[in-house]
Design a protein around this ligand. Structure first.
Ligand SMILES: N[C@@H](CCC(=O)N[C@@H](CS)C(=O)NCC(=O)O)C(=O)O
Length: 222
């Protein structure tokens, strides 16, 4: 029986929704999904009606309401502590890089919106300094986490897909779409995240969304 609902946006485009959906599914919460297509004439009204901060994702679990993807990730980690690394040092880094992702990387975010239907198609314009800087920082975050805590596992903090991997999953999608050049360590990490069963599932479900949900502004970026 469903214990609530998760309100999200178009899976093809909504990076924040992916950051809410992954921890909910990793924690095994039994909630139904309500997908509101983004950038349609009634999107803002529908989202404002469904969610306290007029944004997606929004989670209602039992009687608890949680909005903002980072708060949802924390809520899910209370129910499934493995969503953060066990080691305190690793956990501190995992939280730091998740927060850094949450509040930064505006360069990559605006130049390379998430579009799961865009496959290995680099931007035509040369990358701006802001974008290049963001890419270098992400590459170094991934390399450091893998070097210090990855061990034999495939993810940032080892074998377990944590909330830190959740935070960077939409970046993985962007780097694949826009064919961003990264180090070998980061390339292997990108492959591992893309192959995670839940990430596979999100891509498949995005592929199955109605064509009417496509947004020209995202599809025509050169
Ligand atoms: N910091 C928020 C950002 C959420 C956000 O900006 N969501 C976008 C969609 S990806 C949204 O709901 N926009 C409102 C709209 O499209 O009307 C989070 O982490 O959840």
């Amino acid at each position: 029986m469903s214990e609530g609902r998760l309100v999200i946006g178009t899976k093809r485009y909504s990076s924040w929704s992916l950051r809410g959906w992954l921890p909910v599914r990793l924690a095994g919460l039994s909630v139904s999904e309500e997908v509101i297509p983004l950038r349609q004439p009634d999107s803002s009204v529908r989202i404002a009606h469904a969610s306290p901060n007029a944004k997606v994702p929004f989670l209602e679990h039992r009687t608890v309401k949680v909005w903002d993807s980072l708060a949802i990730a924390e809520y899910c980690a209370e129910l499934k502590p493995e969503l953060w690394p066990e080691n305190r040092d690793a956990r501190a880094m995992a939280r730091s890089i998740s927060a850094e992702m949450h509040s930064g990387f505006q360069g990559v975010r605006s130049a390379m919106p998430m579009n799961l239907g865009r496959i290995q198609r680099p931007l035509k314009e040369p990358l701006s300094e802001a974008v290049t800087k963001d890419i270098a920082r992400i590459d170094s975050i991934w390399a450091e986490a893998r070097h210090r805590f990855g061990g034999e596992g495939a993810y940032l903090f080892g074998h377990s897909f944590t909330n830190a991997d959740v935070a960077f999953a939409p970046i993985v999608a962007r780097f694949l779409s826009y064919e961003v050049d990264v180090s070998d360590v980061s390339r292997a990490y990108i492959e591992a995240v893309r192959r995670h069963p839940l990430v596979e599932r999100w891509y498949e479900e995005a592929e199955g969304e109605p064509r009417e949900w496509l947004v020209d502004a995202f599809e025509t970026i050169e």
